[in-house]
Ligand binder design. Structure first.
Ligand SMILES: C[S@@+](CC[C@H](N)C(=O)[O-])C[C@H]1O[C@@H](n2cnc3c(N)ncnc32)[C@H](O)[C@@H]1O
Length: 212
């Protein structure tokens, strides 16, 4: 099976990694800033992954994969026959996740260097789009997720985790989205809410499916 690659704007094409020590440190610092200390205690990653009901062998696209906090856990869930596209606009983080995926033999992971308005995912390829703490970074979200429907397989789902503004840090920096905003934007993009999970305090966890 192919090892992870960094794809410049397109899934599947290998591009050279820039993994000098400066890029490595930048990626480490950003990943640490996104996760903080002791994230496992409040993020409850095992429960989040279990709630997604991921079948081995499926294809997941993680939008805004950052330092890979969920990427490697998703890769474990899909197993060696599955695929996880780790999609981000930050080349430091994309390269760092690709390098760690290769180092740890996480062959299910393929990185994609996205453009802000285009994740460059292949058409009709993805069973689950997953995004954690990145929704508030996206702009023109109804258009973005409407286009994203073309990447989903029949029966595909979109799972959105984002801060609900309950944590002072996220509120202070505007790193959150009201649930009503997510729901109305996703409705406008052509999805309906399938499940709303109450797993993690201060975060929404909403699962959508495309309407016909
Ligand atoms: C707060 S971090 C969250 C990282 C990770 N999902 C986590 O939970 O730790 C948000 C990430 O979204 C990425 N991002 C921002 N805009 C994006 C876009 N338009 N497309 C893809 N990724 C984006 C950022 O580069 C950053 O890595």
């Amino acid at each position: 099976m192919a090892t992870s690659t960094r794809s410049e704007g397109r899934a599947g094409s290998a591009a050279p990694l820039h993994t000098g020590w400066r890029a490595g440190w930048r990626a480490w610092l950003k990943g640490a800033a996104y996760s903080g200390w002791g994230r496992d205690r409040w993020q409850r990653p095992a429960e989040v992954i279990a709630a997604l009901e991921i079948q081995p062998g499926v294809c997941i696209a993680e939008l805004g994969s950052g330092g890979g906090y969920f990427t490697f856990r998703l890769a474990e869930a899909v197993g060696p026959l599955g695929k996880v596209y780790a999609v981000d606009v930050d080349p430091d983080l994309v390269d760092d996740v690709a390098a760690r995926a290769r180092r740890f033999g996480a062959n299910a992971i393929e990185t994609i260097l996205a453009d802000p308005e285009d994740p460059h995912l292949p058409a009709a390829a993805v069973d689950l789009v997953f995004t954690s703490n990145a929704y508030h970074h996206l702009s023109a979200r109804a258009d973005y997720f409407r286009r994203l429907r073309g990447c989903l397989k029949p029966g595909g789902r979109v799972a959105i985790i984002d801060s609900n503004g309950g944590a002072w840090f996220n509120k202070l920096f505007g790193h959150w989205t009201a649930r009503s905003v997510i729901e109305s934007e996703m409705r406008a993009a052509g999805y309906r809410l399938e499940r709303a999970l109450d797993l993690v305090p201060a975060q929404h966890f909403l699962i959508f499916t495309p309407t016909e």
